[in-house]
Design a protein around this ligand. Structure first.
Ligand SMILES: NC(=O)c1ccc[n+]([C@@H]2O[C@H](COP(=O)([O-])OP(=O)(O)OC[C@H]3O[C@@H](n4cnc5c(N)ncnc54)[C@H](OP(=O)(O)O)[C@@H]3O)[C@@H](O)[C@H]2O)c1
Length: 320
């Protein structure tokens, strides 16, 4: 099968389109013929050697990619949740041999049935970022209907799902992005929007129940400003698990009894709920560009700007 694989860590030049052996599903795995793969900032981070969280798990050579949409080709002997021919989406094997490939064998529990209303290209844009948004808002953030949530980095992969999932929960959403994305944020449901380049949130907001920071900013001074707008006993959730809270952040949280959390890992059980919200029209998927598999390097370069609206997708093979 064709796959984008790395044999060393480095720049986009280490991405090689080559023939890799077909994976064979273990008893609890399914073999998925992949039509599309999402592209995420973490793919580039892994390509460059990972961070303190990922490094212990990275083994070369490695097929990148952590978002797959495709058709079940075969099932392991213990799998009862899927059958051959099912259309599925999920986060296979992260951070092992992943989805920049024509096939992947991964645990059946890492997949759900694909939303019927989506193409494979659209479905591949969903799993990782939607699960991170779900974890940040509901599992860690415990967001309730009527509460006020500030979502930072709201126009990106994680952020677009976070805004829509929070609205689906009937929360009041304040969203940040740069000027060119503010109207887009209103269209996807944000009640208030803030241009982070021209306005300081601490001048505008207070008493927020939950801040979900889905921006790429790895800076504890930025975190202190976010925490300052939260009510006492509220919650602060960051997506950047590779960048720990420093002493000052820990103190600011403790002084005001604010719970501080980091999103680490995905709970695949929520994929089916996310698929249902998509098919009900409550959550839309925004793919700003589709690249062919062979152009994975260009796709990763675009994602590394951290200014993609919604998602970038690799089309691995065309739907017949
Ligand atoms: N913990 C996990 O499991 C996990 C999983 C996935 C992602 N992540 C992390 O989550 C972060 C977001 O990922 P993503 O895929 O959603 O990224 P993305 O699609 O590139 O989105 C970036 C968002 O941040 C905004 N932004 C860019 N530069 C900014 C700045 N200097 N200040 C404030 N906002 C800024 C962008 O808005 P404009 O374009 O309007 O500037 C956009 O809304 C990344 O750091 C990623 O590594 C963590």
């Amino acid at each position: 099968m064709k796959a984008i694989r790395i044999h060393e860590f480095g720049g986009t030049e280490v991405l090689k389109l080559e023939d890799a052996s077909m994976p064979v599903p273990a008893a609890d795995e399914i073999l998925v013929k992949i039509f599309a793969s999402g592209v995420n900032p973490v793919d580039a981070a892994i390509r460059q050697g990972g961070n303190d969280v990922l490094r212990p798990f990275l083994k070369l050579p490695l097929i990148l990619g952590c978002d797959a949409a495709g058709i079940v080709e075969a099932i392991g002997t213990e799998v009862t949740s899927f059958k051959k021919g099912d259309e599925v989406f999920g986060c296979p094997k992260f951070p092992g041999n992943g989805s920049y490939a024509e096939y992947v064998a991964a645990k059946a529990s890492q997949f759900a049935l694909k939303p019927e209303s989506l193409s494979f290209n659209e479905a591949a844009a969903v799993p990782l970022t939607a699960l991170v948004a779900w974890a940040g808002l509901f599992e860690l953030g415990n967001l309730q209907a009527g509460q006020r949530v500030l979502i930072q980095g709201a126009s990106g992969g994680v952020g677009t799902f976070a805004v829509q999932l929070a609205k689906a929960k009937s929360a009041s959403v304040i969203a940040t992005a740069s000027a060119g994305n503010l109207e887009f944020l209103r269209q996807i449901g944000a009640d208030e929007v803030i241009d982070y380049k021209t306005h300081q949130i601490e001048d505008l907001l207070h008493g927020i129940d939950l801040v979900f920071d889905a921006s790429p900013i790895r800076d504890n001074e930025h975190r202190l400003k976010s925490i300052s707008v939260i009510r006492d006993r509220g919650t602060y959730v960051s997506v950047n698990v590779d960048f720990p809270f420093d002493e000052k952040v820990a103190q600011a949280l403790a002084q005001r009894h604010i719970t501080g959390e980091m999103v680490a890992g995905q709970n695949h059980e929520h994929l089916a709920e996310i698929a249902a919200l998509i098919d009900e029209g409550k959550v839309k998927v925004f793919v700003s560009k589709v690249y062919p598999l062979a152009e994975a390097a260009q796709a990763q370069q675009e994602v590394a700007t951290f200014h993609v609206r919604g998602k970038i997708v690799l089309e691995v093979q065309k739907e017949k």
